[in-house]
Design a protein around this ligand. Structure first.
Ligand SMILES: O=C(O)CCC(=O)C(=O)O
Length: 224
């Protein structure tokens, strides 16, 4: 979705907005720019809405063109309208700076169910066919990617993380390498995990734009 020059432009904007990065680990250099449902579970919805509004206004002000590009690209590909619900966090950035610890698995083996925080099953939302997407911006020298298992949400529903990992270890696992500028689209319901960084270099960083979507009221509702 992005050229090399556009990736560099997004990367430098993300760095200019460093004061707004939210630390997501107590010791490792892992941050997000923007709110994310999996981390910022809106227990107190009012505070979540307020915060989402704050971060959304920063992201829109500095990267409005990127959000337009994303919605247009997904609209064409999915052959259906796309929209950003006003009250929810816009897709935002995962930021990993160089640390040897990221040569080990950095995220859980999981499915994406961000819709559960925002819609309830009584609403006419298609919970069975969500989407997840990752737009690469800056990748480590020796690459980055995602692991996917031959395992779907239906089979892991209600299981603890450890049980999901155990089940996954008995299934076929595939590695999908990322290309700079590429937009990766998948069903968030396939069990997946951020792949560890190989041979991490001191100048490495892994920056991606992350988001999810559900189909509701005749449009893909894009959020994070
Ligand atoms: O950064 C990635 O490669 C994927 C992130 C992911 O799995 C998620 O945010 O659910």
């Amino acid at each position: 979705m992005l050229t090399k020059e556009e990736c560099l432009k997004v990367r430098s904007t993300v760095h200019e907005l460093k004061e707004f990065w939210i630390p997501r680990h107590h010791t490792l250099p892992f941050y997000t720019l923007g709110l994310a449902s999996p981390y910022d579970v809106p227990k107190d919805k009012q505070s979540y809405y307020k915060q989402a509004k704050h971060y959304n206004s920063i992201l829109r002000e500095h990267l409005g063109w990127l959000y337009e590009r994303l919605t247009d690209t997904l609209k064409k590909f999915l052959q259906a309208p796309t929209s950003y619900p006003d009250n929810l966090a816009l897709p935002g950035f995962h930021i990993f700076l160089a640390d040897k610890a990221f040569e080990q698995p950095m995220g859980t083996v999981h499915c994406d169910k961000s819709y559960m925080f925002h819609w309830d099953s009584s609403e006419k939302v298609d919970f069975n066919n969500p989407i997840s997407f990752t737009q690469t911006v800056s990748l480590p020298k020796y690459g980055a990617g995602i692991y996917m298992w031959d395992l779907q949400y239906d089979e892991v529903k209600g299981l603890e993380h450890q049980e999901i990992e155990q089940l996954a270890s008995r299934r076929k696992k595939s590695f999908h390498p990322y290309k700079r500028g590429g937009l990766i689209l998948h069903s968030g319901h396939i069990v997946h995990q951020i792949a560890p960084i190989k041979n991490l270099q001191p100048e490495d960083e892994r920056i991606t734009l992350q988001g999810h979507g559900v189909f509701y009221q005749n449009a893909w509702q894009l959020h994070w």
